[in-house]
Ligand binder design. Structure first.
Ligand code: NAD
Length: 435
């Protein structure tokens, strides 16, 4: 039997735009009904999305359901017009306010590492703001991509939400279209391609990128607690998390004590053989497995350092005595390798951070309010997490996004409404009295 010819990207965008022009997506009731359907999709099909561990449930499904619930609870308030004071020369009968309006057809392009959450959380914001959405899952997570392509049309308004599967050719074709916003999550090289394509129309972009997120460990902290929290934030999803602590920055004495504490923390989390733990993830593909294996000789192995290419399992690895110019410190690791780099103290740690690209997240473990305050004031990062990586992104009322090389724009909760809306300025002056 012949398969139906898939709709071309241009036709998809045109079809969604035609629906948007009817005004169907604008009423609050339509938006909340779509969000409720999305919630049903997740609760009825969660395990079908292609990952099955408790970790996947927590980071993909539960996270997105929370985002939906938070949005449903607050959307009316977020969308309320905001009055603005009117200058005296316009008269006391003039009034002014801002009101949100949806942008139109938005494109959401996503990576493979949290393939459901990173697609659905922006979709929640785009729909809540009243837009039509073309969603492009990552071809590197084909099971989730296929599941989303099957489920989203089954639950949502198919003339408003479309899933376009594929890789570079399909994304390139979509980028050639006139869109009203492009929301891209992934690496900075492709981020630049997105920005260049957007410049043609010009279309606003949000770039959720990555980079090396440092974790500064101060003297005098409880290193058992630090190690446990560092290890669970780092080795979640086998380190393939954009906000995972990329490397540890600390003084030499603290480093020496932290090494065995990290080895114990890894064993507590995943047992003596992490490859046998159902909680420990795998590397997405052989290419990344080989790339990560090539970083293992950048330092002295404290724990881990082994891998099995056939099963794409790379042990949770901590490297000590790492030179700042070594390969592992030149790229975003995006895998289960945690280098420890030493600096004499806080001043040098701040310089070390500021000498490099602005990170997506910066983590600080310090008992000193003075140290925490100095780092907040003297460094720049997308987010700043004291004591618990990467929990800041689970706070629905905080914006999530990067700065500089780690991205531009933000989302989650009300910040998604900001991203996927135009904030229109309105002035109203009565026609009478005529003065
Ligand atoms: P990826 O390879 O899945 O690519 C992301 C998307 O870009 C995919 O949908 C892919 O089809 C598309 N793409 C790839 N090449 C393209 C091209 N030439 N033209 C147009 N589109 C193209 O994922 P990735 O980029 O390897 O993801 C990992 C990176 O993403 C890391 O740097 C990580 O830190 C970052 N990341 C950031 C966040 C965040 O929220 N800030 C979240 C997750 C990952």
């Amino acid at each position: 039997m012949n398969q139906p010819t898939p709709e071309q990207p241009a036709a998809t965008v045109a079809r969604l735009r035609a629906t948007f022009r009817t005004g169907r997506t604008k009423p609050l009731e339509w938006r909340t009904a779509q969000l409720r359907r999305l919630r049903e999709m997740l609760t009825e099909n969660g395990p079908d999305l292609g990952k099955s561990s408790t970790e996947a449930h927590r980071t993909e499904i539960d996270f997105t359901v929370r985002e939906i619930d938070h949005t449903l609870d607050h959307l009316t308030g977020w969308l309320r017009p905001e009055p603005a004071p009117v200058p005296a020369h316009l008269g006391a009968d003039a009034s002014a306010w801002t009101q949100y309006e949806p942008l139109g057809v938005v494109l959401v392009i996503t990576p493979w590492n949290y393939p459901a959450q990173l697609l659905l959380a922006p979709v929640v914001g785009a729909l809540a703001a009243g837009n039509a959405v073309v969603a492009k899952p990552s071809e590197l997570a084909p099971v989730t991509s296929a599941a989303l392509a099957r489920l989203l049309p089954a639950y949502l308004d198919t003339d408003v939400v479309a899933v376009v599967e594929g890789g570079i050719p399909e994304t390139t074709a979509l980028l050639a279209e006139r869109l009203d916003h492009i929301f891209y999550t992934g690496n900075g090289t492709v981020g630049r391609i997105i920005m260049r394509a957007a410049a043609e129309h010009p279309t606003p972009v949000t770039l959720e990128l990555g980079g090396k997120s440092p974790a500064f460990v101060d003297r005098g902290t409880d290193l058992e607690v630090v190690a446990a929290r560092l290890a669970s934030g780092k080795f979640l999803n086998a380190g393939q998390t954009c906000v995972a602590p990329d490397y540890v920055l600390t003084d030499p004495e603290t480093a020496a004590a932290l090494e065995p504490a990290l080895a114990r923390a890894v064993e507590t989390l995943y047992g003596a053989d992490p490859s046998a733990s159902p909680e420990y993830g795998r590397i997405v593909n052989e290419r990344h497995f080989d790339r990560l294996s090539g970083l293992l000789d950048s330092g002295r192995v404290v724990v881990g350092g082994t891998g099995d290419r056939a099963s794409k399992c790379l042990a949770p690895t901590v490297l000590a005595d790492v030179d700042p110019t070594s390969p592992v410190m030149r790229v975003e690791i995006f895998g289960p390798v945690l280098p420890i780099v030493t600096v004499p103290g806080l001043d040098e740690a701040i310089d070390f951070i500021n000498d490099r690209d602005k990170p997506l997240a910066l983590y600080v473990f310090s008992e000193s309010a003075d140290t925490r305050g100095r780092i907040a004031a003297e460094t720049s990062s997308g987010g700043l997490g004291h004591g618990l990586p990467p929990a800041h992104l689970t706070v629905s009322d905080l914006p999530f996004g990067g700065v500089g090389e780690s991205g531009t724009g933000s989302y989650h909760g009300r910040y998604s409404i900001e991203t996927f809306s135009h904030r229109k300025a309105v002035l109203e002056k009565p026609l009478s009295p005529a003065r």
